[in-house]
Design a protein around this ligand. Structure first.
Ligand code: MG
Length: 128
């Protein structure tokens, strides 16, 4: 598995924290501060995983997600939407738009690791 993650968040601090944590889990990372730049990076880096902030200026995460899912991207990136929205309606909207998972912000790394395991993104056994 190509363990590359695109981190999309308008906060440089959030991107930095997530990048360090994912690096420690063996992931390489690239970053984008807006949904528009995320779409460009997805085309350029073919990430396995996208951590996508919901609330961003220019293009929010949900709009970016819908644009992603309207394209045929191979491999299909797994998307975890990161949100401070706890409303079940918002969460359902995200899942219907093609999010594979969602996680509450601020992101707790233990919870994120659990989600990665559920999504089959945790390497088991010996490294190749
Ligand atoms: Mg934000």
């Amino acid at each position: 598995m190509n363990r590359h993650c695109l981190i999309v968040d308008d906060s440089a601090t959030v991107r930095h924290v997530l990048r360090n944590s994912l690096n420690n889990l063996g992931w390489s990372c690239s970053e984008a501060p807006t949904g528009v730049q995320a779409l460009e990076k997805i085309a350029a880096t073919s990430p396995t995983l996208v951590l996508l902030d919901w609330n961003m200026p220019v293009m929010d995460g949900l709009t970016c997600l819908k644009a992603m899912r309207a394209k045929t991207l191979l491999p299909r990136p797994i998307v975890i939407l990161c949100t401070s929205e706890s409303s079940i309606f918002k969460i359902r909207e995200a899942l219907e738009a093609g999010a594979d998972e969602y996680i509450m912000k601020p992101v707790d790394m233990d919870i994120l690791e659990g989600k990665l395991a559920q999504l089959g993104l945790v390497q088991t056994g010996c490294a190749a």
